[in-house]
Design a protein around this ligand. Structure first.
Ligand code: SAM
Length: 325
């Protein structure tokens, strides 16, 4: 038996087991952090604009770079015009130029990153075809229509970074300036899912339930308690929602302690329709601890309901999951 809630936005989880009807409260550790400080210092800067000393980790992520390289090689044909929103070091613009793009307009917000990208692009021999623009992707439009838009402002669960709002705004302004059709987007689509977990948060005897990022298919510290459930699926070329909602029953397949949730994010970088496949990038899973662990038994049904906005901070989603009215 599950209980319907009066308030559609009330985020909660509760077990339908006859033993428990449990609702949780905010994670105490999260409360200790001043949300406004976090948003100012982190989301306004790190969550969105990424200084040069963080780019090595991104350049070295094989699944990410290799996926984008394949997708760009597949979608960008010789002579095409390309825009990149969020150039960083310029690596994806380099892939586009190397695939034969006649012109790549590549926009980076941070001046020192744009300067580095300009230097790297020139050193890699494409200074004549890749134009690094130091500007805001949220307002930028190229001087001419383009065939492909590459944008990697992605974060697990579409949190923190502004991919969805930046692309939605780009589409609107592009159509107003140039009319249709819209360019092809890389990534083309995304799928997100949620899975209840039991996670081991003990570090040398110290219990610290903190958010974690783990590679896909790496069972490190986690035990799945139920199958994942899809909560969002969209294509960038179509209209999409920037608010995600989940309201889902999960049947427990194991007895254990439900103390965390896995957010799964699959980016479909290019749909290779003629071969019935896609070029994907499975991002690291985000594992969010729950404030009050819930003892569950095989066969219990746990209902979860919460919602959040694309670009919200991770704390916002932790609050959304755990908040009890
Ligand atoms: C996740 S990084 C990806 C960088 C590069 N495209 C790559 O794949 O390595 C996103 C980049 O977008 C930049 N960025 C974020 N928001 C932006 C905005 N509104 N306008 C321009 N650049 C932005 C960040 O500073 C960062 O360099």
């Amino acid at each position: 038996m599950t209980t319907a809630l009066a308030h559609p936005q009330t985020p909660f989880y509760q077990s339908s087991s006859p033993r428990t009807a449990l609702r949780t409260r905010l994670i105490p550790q999260m409360r200790a952090v001043d949300r406004a400080d976090v948003e100012d210092a982190e989301d306004a800067m790190l969550g969105q604009f990424i200084p040069i000393h963080y780019h090595y980790q991104m350049l070295d992520q094989q699944a990410r770079i290799g996926g984008f390289e394949q997708a760009i090689n597949y979608a960008v044909k010789p002579g095409m015009k390309v825009v990149e929103l969020g150039a960083g070091t310029g690596v994806l613009s380099f892939f586009a130029a190397r695939a034969g793009a006649a012109k790549v307009y590549s926009v980076e917000r941070l001046p020192h990153v744009a300067k580095a990208a300009r230097r790297f692009i020139a050193a890699n021999g494409f200074g004549d075809r890749v134009e690094i623009v130091n500007g805001d992707a949220a307002t930028y439009l190229p001087p001419e229509p383009v065939d492909v838009v590459v944008c990697e402002m992605l974060h697990a669960g579409m949190l923190r970074e502004k991919q969805l709002t930046v692309i939605a705004s780009f589409k609107e302004r592009y159509l107003a300036r140039f009319g249709g059709p819209l360019p092809r987007f890389i990534p083309e689509a995304a799928i997100m899912a949620l899975q209840p977990l039991m996670t081991d948060y003990q570090f040398h005897g110290y219990q610290a339930p903190v958010p974690m990022f783990v590679d896909v298919n790496n069972a490190h510290r986690t035990t799945n308690l139920s199958m994942p459930a899809l909560y969002a699926m969209f294509t960038y070329g179509d209209d999409y929602a920037t608010r995600f909602a989940i309201d889902q029953d999960f049947a427990m397949e194991r007895t254990g302690t439900l103390n965390s949730l896995r957010i799964i994010t699959k980016n479909l970088l290019a749909l290779v329709c003629e071969e019935n496949r896609s070029i994907d990038w499975d991002m690291q899973d985000l594992i969010i601890p729950l404030a009050t662990p819930l003892a569950v038994e095989t066969g219990d049904v746990v209902r979860m309901r919460f919602s959040y906005n694309a670009g919200d901070s991770m704390l916002a989603i932790a609050e959304a999951i755990d908040k009890d009215e």
